[in-house]
Write a protein that binds this ligand. Structure first.
Ligand code: ADP
Ligand code: MG
Length: 231
């Protein structure tokens, strides 16, 4: 909790800067697992980070002006070490084409999560003027707005309620092993809902926080993308 407080103070001081990283660190401080990775601002550093990670990596543009990275081709999945330089330049070019004066903070190089065995979910919080901190759980990924398969509770959320949330969405059978797939770690999801609910309860300065996707795997969960808005 002390670490989370320090991280949040840094976020405020730095304004928009590197907010993605701080959001990841915040989750880490509350015991929510995130993929290995770093944000860098030149291609040589991108390669060093990629070399430290097993297998191919994911590379993403980091800019406070680009909210939906994949919409502008700002997420590259399965990048081999040989392709890191090209991928880096291409991400920067795409960002500049999208918005010439975009504030580009760098590129995030991240461990790849195996989506074949996983389900992309979303766990988020929005402060509602009437109800307070509203926790959301649902089917995640880049089509979340279209599918709108979500359910809500006011934070703090008890374990039984968090578990109920995982049963309420239309896609619930997908989590429990539809069509011969392995069931995902439901306990990991409910724990994440509770931990996030605790975090936003402890820190009213967090106005909005979305983990999308929280990839639910048979043996755990990984917070792959986080969006944070602070007061
Ligand atoms: P945005 O939501 O801004 O478009 P994300 O970081 O959520 O950017 O990436 C978009 C999609 O790319 C994810 O929903 C997921 O399908 C895929 N993706 C992102 N990061 C990873 C990763 N580390 N491993 C595997 N797939 C990923
Ligand atoms: Mg996302």
């Amino acid at each position: 909790r002390e670490r989370a407080r320090e991280i949040l103070e840094t976020v405020k001081e730095r304004d928009e800067t590197r907010r993605g990283v701080e959001a990841m660190e915040l989750l880490d401080a509350y015991g929510i697992e995130t993929p290995q990775g770093e944000i860098v601002d030149d291609p040589a550093d991108a390669l060093s980070v990629a070399e430290e990670i097993d297998g191919n990596v994911v590379m993403k543009i980091v800019s406070p002006d680009i909210l939906h990275k994949s919409d502008i081709g700002g997420v590259k999945v399965g990048v081999s070490n040989e392709d890191v330089y090209d991928a880096y330049e291409d991400l920067i070019t795409r960002a500049k084409n999208y918005q010439p004066d975009a504030n580009i903070l760098g590129v995030q190089v991240q461990e790849m999560v195996n989506l074949d065995d996983g389900v992309e979910t979303i766990v988020g919080m929005n402060r509602d003027p009437q109800f307070g901190p509203l926790m959301m759980f649902g089917l995640g990924g880049i089509f979340v707005e279209i599918l709108e398969d979500t359910t809500f509770r006011v934070a703090p959320v008890a374990e039984s309620e968090a578990e109920a949330m995982t049963k309420e969405i239309d896609a619930a059978p997908m989590l429990r092993g539809a069509r011969g797939a392995d069931p995902v770690d439901i306990g990991g999801i409910t724990e994440t809902i509770q931990r996030l609910s605790q975090l936003v309860t402890d820190f009213p300065a967090i106005l909005e926080l979305d983990i999308n996707p929280l990839v639910a795997l048979p043996d755990g969960v990984q917070a792959v993308d986080v969006r944070l808005t602070v007061d």
